[in-house]
Design a protein around this ligand. Structure first.
Ligand code: GLP
Length: 240
């Protein structure tokens, strides 16, 4: 793992953008694994700015998102489909037919997503991390061998995400469809970003403890090309 500790959120977003730009600038048809959450928004803003100012094109790129809530229509304001269109896709020239997000609540839906990814090799997978160490929606206890599957969200995750649902946990979906850890680990490169003090415990477990399903992100220690970009608060509990 290559670990960078930056001053704050903006510096993390800038560093993450450098990694992304390096990939897209060298491979016009790059396959991007994308994530939702507050953390990657700054990265996405930098991508949009760079597209508008420097003409970096995503016209030949494909994207595959990590996860989606079960039970929200795609046009729901809090669906990850809406999030990605609002925060990234509407600001760059990626083609709608090249954009992929998992959707549905059946085994067949999960298999369909794996099938869609069958003939591509993700060049870079962007990841945030949950305060409980989840990646995508792979909650603690998830086997490292899982591919795309339906999950029951933990109370902790639903509480954390209630801020997007008027602070009301009852409005937060109870299930999600997510790439599994085995799916995520197939990416050529992983770019994990984390900011804020509420991520410090998860970040310490990811980096300093032996890989264990207790902290799903700790599996990344087994991947050969991982870049972790943290702000000082998220890095505060690291041993080194
Ligand atoms: C969400 C997403 C994750 C994301 C995480 C952290 O529930 N499923 O992909 O990384 O939680 O979100 P945030 O960046 O808002 O802290």
């Amino acid at each position: 793992m290559e670990i960078f500790v930056c001053k704050d959120y903006d510096a993390v977003s800038e560093k993450a953008f450098e990694v992304m730009k390096d990939i897209v600038a060298n491979k016009a048809d790059a396959v991007l694994g994308l994530a939702t959450g507050s953390t990657p928004i700054g990265l996405y803003q930098n991508m949009i700015k760079d597209h508008k100012e420097n003409g970096t094109s995503y016209a030949k790129c494909q994207s595959f998102n990590l996860d989606e809530y079960v039970g929200l229509p795609r046009d729901h304001r809090e669906s990850y489909y809406t999030f990605m269109h609002t925060n990234l896709f509407s600001g760059i020239d990626i083609k709608e037919e090249n954009v992929h997000l998992p959707y549905g609540d059946t085994k067949a839906d999960c298999e369909a997503y794996e099938k869609a990814m069958e003939h591509v090799h993700v060049d870079v997978q962007v990841l945030g991390i949950g305060a409980n160490g989840h990646i995508g929606f792979n909650e603690p206890g998830t086997s490292f061998d899982e591919e795309t599957h339906i999950v029951t969200l933990t109370e902790k995750t639903r509480q954390d995400n209630a801020r997007f649902f008027e602070g009301d946990i009852n409005q937060v979906p109870t299930h999600a469809i997510t790439m599994g850890i085995a799916t995520i680990m197939k990416a050529k490169k992983i770019l994990l970003i984390a900011t804020g003090a509420n991520k410090a415990d998860a970040v310490a477990a990811m980096i300093d403890q032996a890989p264990s399903t207790d902290c799903p992100a700790s599996v990344l220690q087994n991947h050969k090309d991982v870049v972790v970009i943290l702000d000082e608060e998220a890095a505060a509990k690291l041993n080194r």
